[in-house]
Design a binder for this molecule. Structure first.
Ligand code: ADP
Ligand code: MG
Length: 713
């Protein structure tokens, strides 16, 4: 019996199995059979040599037009074999050293497959020692007319893989199908065993196309089934219901808010409030446009939990952000947060901050309040996760700006609590639907699309120093003008520069501006006389706090900072931002940065400075950010431009991923359909006993780093 779990050794022989294991990490038949062709060579259509790039690994079919053995070296004892080949239009040399026998294998007029890295010789592209294979009658794929091209390496060629896969497919027993039969039938898809044959050994384009569709859906379906089962499991876990208390802190807080909640905020507050009142743990993702007011929403949720007699923890990714949340939440709550103090009101709670930078005494005080339950709201960084931080009764965990945090850490708090707390996760930037479904598929999602009314628009302009070197002066001038009107400004650089070594591989490339240099130059030059402050990640925590607090209080005019201010920083009086070397940032990152201004009643101006000349893609990216303030569109644009691995994170692109055919970027419809089906299947049969093949894949996913990773993102 040969199935996907069968070890490769007995099927393909020890030598091949060892090589596959060493080269690709393949151990089982399943590992090998999911190594899908990268593309197919249709013998009807010979590839052209037109766009050969040096360094590229190529595979193509070509005809031999000339073969020469050219002696060289002392006494002409060495031979260079030069095989001239053509794709029908252009010509190319393949060169072999001291392999005279090659000439016999490459008869003039024969057609061969060539594969190798494109090199260069005297300005002409050439292949040195490519792997060759004559297209003969013994070759099954040649007879079929379509040759699969596999991701290969120098040690295992594409056709070696092809031959090995053929061997395995010849003895493969029919596999149980992970898809409900009717579902595949309706779409005219073959069963999974046939699909595997078709994708590796297609007869005609139709077969490989259909097989790809079907197997791609399988990938999405397995992943969505993992999520559907997890959501199903949450429903069977118990948590303590923390219902809304009329006239409690939450009610009183909303009453005294200086503004009206947006409709979006109201509806999300209602959703969360309902979730919290259920006796099952909430697992909700709150994503929203930058500046859409997620913090207020989470604060109301925290107060609801405090009203119900439990505690809430707010986990922030940086000290700057934790400290800012602490100050602004304490201030917004006013006497509602003065529990145990003379001027506190009835039912008032306490808000505590816990960061790694705190002194022992302050830390001890805070911990006492956490353990005793005196502190209803505890805000902190990673420090919250350390041993010895025991909550009296943690009812809600809010994770702010999720992309910096892992579930592993989230789990620390959840596990430590005696009863499972409710969990609210907030993302820093809008994420496209497909990414949300793939990466946060186990969470219910709420989205805040609208900004609070009265927000002034942010105008974004790209300043190309290559085109208009003088515009930078104008940028500093604009900062001066705003400061004169009582406003504040940010200047953002990509690097700190103090003692850092250049990281650029190309020493000739212009170094991005360094924070310390920019700060010095501005203080003495264009911004002389203004109150400048500097903020970066390597400063001691208390200094960071002090600078941030001074800026928030309006005691400094211009904050020259690195991306420590990227996320969450909220100073409504800041109206201008100048981003230097803007082309070095991700698009969503720029959008997030830009979200630091235009948060109040004044219009914002964001200047993206770049000096890349002639880099049209860089320019296009910046123009995209400048052209819209819709973070969802920018995020989509961003991932369209990036590679898959970057979207899903580093761990996805390394290691063996379970997503071979599915692209989070391109296959939204597939993902949505798979999700629907997964929900239906899990509802009827949570244990998947009717689909053992699916169960097997799902268990494997759960166990593998993959699931681990997905949770962690
Ligand atoms: P983000 O969603 O980016 O985290 P914040 O929660 O930091 O946004 O909110 C941005 C700013 O908008 C804060 O100063 C907040 O007090 C303010 N804000 C939030 N909701 C409203 C509203 N409904 N009306 C007016 N201002 C609001
Ligand atoms: Mg925020």
């Amino acid at each position: 019996m040969v199935d996907l779990d069968t070890r490769l050794g007995p099927v393909v022989g020890k030598a091949s199995a060892d090589k596959l294991s060493k080269t690709f990490g393949m151990e089982t038949v399943g590992d090998l059979l999911t190594h899908y062709p990268r593309r197919y060579v249709d013998l009807e259509q010979i590839d052209s040599f037109a766009d050969l790039e040096v360094g590229q690994y190529v595979t193509f079919v070509a005809q031999v037009v000339d073969v020469k053995n050219i002696p060289f070296g002392p006494g002409g004892r060495k031979t260079r074999t030069q095989v001239r080949i053509t794709d029908g239009r252009q010509y190319l040399n393949a060169t072999f050293f001291n392999q005279r026998w090659i000439a016999k294998r490459t008869e003039v007029g024969s057609r061969q497959l060539f594969a190798g890295v494109v090199g260069e010789y005297r300005g002409q592209p050439q292949l040195t020692h490519p792997v060759i294979r004559e297209l003969g009658d013994d070759n099954a794929s040649f007879q079929r007319g379509i040759i699969p091209v596999y991701p290969a390496t120098a040690s295992i060629s594409s056709w070696e893989l092809e031959r090995t896969i053929d061997t395995v497919l010849a003895v493969l027993d029919p596999l149980p199908d992970p898809l409900p039969g009717e579902f595949a039938e309706v779409r005219g898809w073959p069963d999974s065993t046939t699909a595997l044959h078709w994708i590796h050994q297609p007869r005609g384009k139709g077969q490989w196309y259909t097989a790809q569709q079907r197997l791609r859906f399988d990938e999405a379906f397995a992943l969505q089934t993992v999520f559907a089962r997890r959501r199903h499991a949450f429903d069977t876990e118990t948590a303590i219901s923390r219902g809304w208390k009329a006239g409690g802190l939450a009610d009183r807080f909303i009453d005294r808010l200086g503004f009206e909640l947006t409709d979006g905020q109201k509806s999300v507050v209602a959703d969360i409030s309902q979730d919290l009142a259920r006796p099952h743990p909430m697992h909700r993702l709150l994503q929203g446009e930058v500046g859409s007011g997620k913090t207020v929403v989470s604060l109301i949720a925290m107060l609801q939990v405090v009203d119900a007699g439990a505690q809430a923890a707010l986990l922030a990714p940086t000290e700057v952000l934790a400290t800012q949340h602490f100050h602004s939440i304490t201030e917004q709550l006013g006497d509602l947060a003065k529990g145990g103090m003379l001027d506190g009101v009835e039912g008032a709670t306490r808000v505590r901050l816990l960061t790694g930078a705190m002194g022992a005494k302050a830390r001890k005080e805070t911990l006492l309040d956490v353990i005793s339950g005196e502190a209803g709201i505890v805000i902190g960084t990673h420090a919250l996760l350390q041993e010895g931080v025991d909550f009296a009764e943690l009812g809600l965990l809010v994770v702010d700006e999720q992309h910096r945090f892992g579930v592993e850490q989230r789990a620390v708090l959840v596990d430590r609590a005696e009863v499972t707390p409710h969990v609210l996760v907030m993302t820093a930037t809008p994420i496209p639907r497909t990414v949300a479904m793939t990466v946060f598929g186990d969470l219910e999602t709420s989205t805040l699309r609208e900004l609070p009314r009265g927000r002034q628009p942010i105008q974004t302009t790209v300043i190309s120093l290559a085109e208009h070197p003088s515009w930078l002066d104008r940028a500093w001038q604009r900062i001066r003008e705003e400061v004169e009107k009582g406003r504040q400004a940010y200047v953002v650089t990509t690097r700190i520069g103090d003692g850092e070594t250049a990281s650029s591989a190309d020493p000739a490339a212009a170094q991005p501006a360094a924070l310390v240099d920019v700060f010095a130059a501005l203080s003495e030059g264009p911004l002389a006389g203004l109150r400048l402050a500097m903020l970066h990640g390597r400063m001691p925590a208390d200094e960071k706090d002090a600078q941030m607090a001074a800026f928030a209080a309006g005691e400094t005019d211009v904050l020259v900072a690195t991306t420590v201010i990227e996320v969450g920083v909220d100073v409504p009086n800041a109206t201008v931002m100048v981003v230097l070397d803007a082309d070095r940032f991700g698009l969503s990152q720029l959008h997030q940065l830009r979200g630091r201004i235009g948060r109040g009643e004044h219009a914002g101006l964001c200047l993206l400075v770049t000096d890349t000349a002639g880099d049209t893609l860089a320019r296009e990216r910046l123009d995209a950010v400048a052209s819209t303030t819709d973070g969802f569109r920018i995020a989509q644009f961003d991932i369209d431009l990036r590679r898959e691995g970057d979207v899903l994170g580093a761990r996805q692109s390394g290691g063996r991923s379970s997503l071979k055919l599915l692209s989070v970027v391109r296959h939204e419809r597939v993902i949505a359909e798979a999700r629907d089906l997964a929900v239906r299947v899990v509802e009827q049969d949570p244990e998947l006993s009717g689909l053992p093949a699916l169960r097997r894949i799902v268990d494997e996913l759960e166990a593998s780093q993959q699931a681990d990773y997905l949770e962690r993102t």
